[in-house]
Design a protein around this ligand. Structure first.
Ligand SMILES: *Cc1c(COP(=O)(O)O)cnc(C)c1O
Length: 462
């Protein structure tokens, strides 16, 4: 008998022990809610949202082990047992020598930038992240993007869009000199490129280059385990290695890190700075007291540090990452099966729908991505967010930035939603796609001065 090939699906490596009930609403209710929110999904009340894909930051579901950990959190002001457990986990799984806890990722960015960056310094990086770049600039540095060109091309299916173009770095080193480059800033995975990974090969080449030139590598390790999973799946020589081992190898190629534990580490708040150089650590230990708290809690409760220690160990589990990335890929493939235009390859933390291709009859001044996010909310109560002309804001001279990309971001919280939720999301987008030609654009009726996407208000264009 011929052997039959049976498809073997992945499934969640956990089961539910407690559930949070959601309010089920009608289209009429949602039409009213989004109108009151000025057609801005940031201004919706979360109780009016059915499936919340606004962000993957701090929206993780903790495990029973983490919840149990909260109960043994040591709330001592100094020398908390929970700090030492977190420090031990960071050393064990990431391998960095010295640790400074902070309230979240940007707290670590602030301290690190203040110590390492002098006025006039150049900070190259594989694409920017909002808070990371801002802290580099506030410290007097200037950010330069040295990511490969493919990262800026939504139609490129290059598998490592997070890679550094070392020639671009070399140009900066030749122009400004290595002395003015305190470090190269490397994110795993690259958030603003849609959760795209850097390859180990590229990171190794970067290590060789930076060693030769005496430049540090600082690692934005917010989603390092997700990056490691992609390396395992896509890079030759890593198929048999565990996510845990790959994570440690990535970290070993860098000199220090900033971490937002609200992503990979499966908690709702927290972060840290890590560094291998003792002198930098000593300065950080002085500064953390000014901005965050004592060096054994850094703005965190003992129970938060306990949950981070446990979450780090869970995050490097192969089955966890397979389910995490697998769920995002599942949603992407469902959307593709309905012909929805999405950015590819599918990244680690969400799906990005191309709103310009979706609503080709709208001009960019009619806010296609903002419009689409509002329409999807009306259809099903799924909350997404705009990444397009509204998010891009205005230049110093008052003109709008007109970014090439008008995207709607479907960001996936970790361990929160089921495959049935994924089907509901994809079907909703498909339903909106069917009636796309009838969708009218928006006009902005209130524009805040800074980061307008958070609070801007809109009305339907008549
Ligand atoms: C979220 C994030 C940060 C900032 O961390 P917060 O915890 O939000 O302060 C830095 N870098 C990347 C890539 C992030 O996604």
């Amino acid at each position: 008998m011929k052997k039959q090939l049976i498809k073997r699906s992945w499934a969640e490596p956990y089961k539910m022990k407690m559930v949070e009930l959601l309010k089920m609403t009608t289209i009429a209710h949602r039409k009213k809610a989004i109108k009151e929110a000025g057609y801005n999904t940031f201004l919706l009340k979360s109780e009016d949202v059915y499936i919340d894909l606004l962000t993957d930051s701090g929206t993780n579901a903790m495990s029973d082990q983490q919840w149990a950990g909260l109960m043994i959190g040591d709330e001592a002001y100094a020398g908390s047992k929970s700090f030492f457990r977190m420090e031990k986990a960071i050393k064990e799984y990431y391998g960095y020598k010295y640790i400074i806890p902070t309230h979240q990722g940007r707290g670590a960015e602030n301290i690190l930038s203040k110590i390492l960056i002098k006025k006039g310094d150049i900070v190259p990086g594989n694409m920017y992240f909002t808070t990371t770049r801002l802290h580099q600039e506030l410290a007097g540095g200037k950010f330069y993007d040295i990511i490969v060109d493919e990262a800026h091309d939504p139609n490129s299916e290059f598998l490592f869009k997070g890679n550094v173009d070392i020639d671009k770095l070399d140009i900066l080193v030749k122009k400004y000199g290595a002395k003015r480059i305190p470090y190269v800033s490397i994110a795993t995975t690259v958030n603003m490129a849609g959760g795209q990974p850097i390859s180990m090969k590229n990171l190794k080449e970067l290590r060789v280059y930076t060693k030769k030139n005496g430049i540090r590598i600082i690692h934005d390790m917010t989603r390092v385990a997700e990056n490691a999973y992609f390396i395992q799946q896509r890079e030759k020589g890593y198929e048999k290695k565990s996510v845990k081992d790959i994570v440690k190898e990535i970290c070993s190629l860098t000199d220090g890190a900033t971490m937002s534990a609200k992503k990979d580490a499966l908690v709702n708040i927290g972060g840290f700075m890590a560094i291998n150089d003792y002198d930098i650590f000593e300065e950080a230990r002085n500064l953390v007291v000014v901005y965050e708290g004592l060096h054994t809690y850094g703005g965190l409760a003992g129970r938060d540090m306990e949950a981070i220690a446990i979450g780090i160990a869970e995050s490097v589990n192969d089955h966890h990452q397979r389910a995490r990335v697998g769920q995002v890929e599942y949603l992407g493939h469902q959307m593709e099966s309905y012909g929805i235009p999405i950015v590819k390859p599918i990244g680690s933390h969400g799906i990005f729908v191309d709103a310009r291709a979706f609503l080709p009859h709208l001009t960019q001044d009619e806010f296609p991505a903002q419009t689409l996010a509002a329409e999807i909310y009306i259809d099903s109560g799924v909350r997404t967010m705009e990444r397009g002309v509204v998010s891009a804001g205005r230049k110093a001279n008052g003109e709008n930035y007109y970014p090439k990309l008008e995207l709607v971001r479907f960001t996936m919280p970790r361990r929160v939603y089921t495959q049935a939720h994924m089907d509901v999301i994809a079907e909703s987008v498909a339903a909106v796609y069917e009636r796309r030609s009838k969708i009218k654009g928006l006009k902005m009726v209130y524009e805040p001065k800074y980061l307008r996407f958070f609070q801007a208000r809109f009305e339907i264009k008549s």
